[in-house]
Write a protein that binds this ligand. Sequence first.
Ligand code: NAP
Length: 298
Amino acid sequence: MPEQRINLGLIGWPLDHSLSPRIHQAALQELGLAGRYCLYAIEPNHIQDVAILDLLEHVAAGEIDGLNVTLPYKQTVVPLLAALTPSAECIGAVNTIYMENGLLTGDNTDAAGFQNDLQQLPVEKHTPALLLGAGGAARAVLFSLLKAGYSVGVAARNLLQAQELAHSFNAIANTPVEVLPLEKNALSQISRKIGLLVNATPLGMSPDTETCPWPEDLALPLHACVYDLVYNPVDTLLVRRACQAGLPARSGLGMLVEQAALAFERWTGYTAPRAVMRQAVQDACEPRIRQTSQRKIK
Ligand code: NAP
């Protein structure tokens, strides 16, 4: 019998710097599985949906075992699928596609990936959380925090976007999501209360590694744990500032690995080799200092 090949891939644009092939190839190799992870770069234009539908047909036909979806298509694919997991439905965005019970199904593993990796920080249960940014990743993080029972504030430069985000999760929020501008004055007023600070803006990401979403001339919240979704570099400026202030902090590398691991498990049924996947992606990130602060709050 011919060896079964596992065909995986990623839809998005642009995909030049995607680390997903490294992570998934490493997992396939570690488990001795034959297969490949292809990049399907689909340029946003009037025929983008035709290209996406064509790939989805390959999934439905069993020729592709699983797809990841990244910017700008996480919301575009939603109406093209036959079923959504409850979290994908509530978030309104999909990053993982596969066949389940004969149905083309979409899941969002960013939310669970974030939640699983957040466990690595000594965050006090239900402490007030502040989320910076109101884009796609913020949706998954907000869902995850609200489901876990946190009260959450969202600070963004685009207040309308933040209000829409907050509004779309009203139904699952125990307390209404507070919205504020991502500005020094507003942040300084609530800083004292924050127990968890999460960055979901791209500030700090390579090549702009000296940018930081928290104002330079404002001290970080005194008692907060800090989670930065940015993972390249692993030691973002925000994580370095948190370390200097003695705050427990973590960059998004763990979330990246975890969301990939959860997708890999959906597609293959195997337990994902997380340590190998992490090593594969860590080798591709900069800079060389790759320690994440795990110090306790003083
Ligand atoms: P996105 O949909 O483009 O949203 C980015 C958000 O950040 C928007 O609210 C945007 O506001 C805001 N923003 C952008 N530049 C800003 C600036 N200079 N100052 C203030 N706000 C700014 O992107 P995304 O998909 O949410 O991704 C955000 C970051 O999370 C990226 O760095 C991405 O790599 C990272 N991420 C990590 C993981 C992981 O697994 N670790 C997963 C997903 C995403 P405007 O709308 O006003 O531009």
